[in-house]
Design a protein around this ligand. Structure first.
Ligand SMILES: [Zn+2]
Ligand SMILES: [Zn+2]
Ligand SMILES: [Zn+2]
Length: 121
């Protein structure tokens, strides 16, 4: 079986990240472009996961978006440098405030899966 599609637990800059085929900068089997370098914490398990499809594969429960009351707590990880952003910081930026790595603008279409206060567009 191809390694790329295995559920794995990796440590990235000291943070545990769970997903499918996760590389050293949080890319996964579903989102693997140069800019796919963030992992999000979900409200249900508070674990860093690269994407909601990874969550479906590795978790034994439904994904809960990060709660509105906690938008100012770190819940987004830059896989390039290990910097942790708050969700409000992340949605306002197109690159990492610490290392300037560019983020995938396509992620915006899925924000409502990750962040409770963002409505499904
Ligand atoms: Zn979860
Ligand atoms: Zn994924
Ligand atoms: Zn960074």
């Amino acid at each position: 079986m191809n390694m790329r599609f295995h559920a794995v637990v990796v440590r990235i800059h000291g943070h545990e990240v769970r997903g499918v085929g996760v590389d050293s900068e949080t890319r996964c089997a579903h989102y693997g472009t140069e800019r796919d370098v963030v992992a999000m914490k979900f409200g249900c398990c508070e674990t860093y996961v690269p994407c909601v499809r990874c969550h479906e594969s590795v978790a034994d429960h439904d994904a809960e978006p990060w709660p509105t009351a906690r938008t100012d707590e770190p819940a987004v990880l830059c896989g390039v440098c290990g910097f942790e952003m708050t969700p409000s910081e992340y949605v306002a930026r197109s690159s990492c405030p610490e290392c300037a790595a560019a983020f995938n603008p396509g992620c915006e279409a899925h924000y409502h899966r990750y962040f409770e206060w963002i409505d499904d567009a």
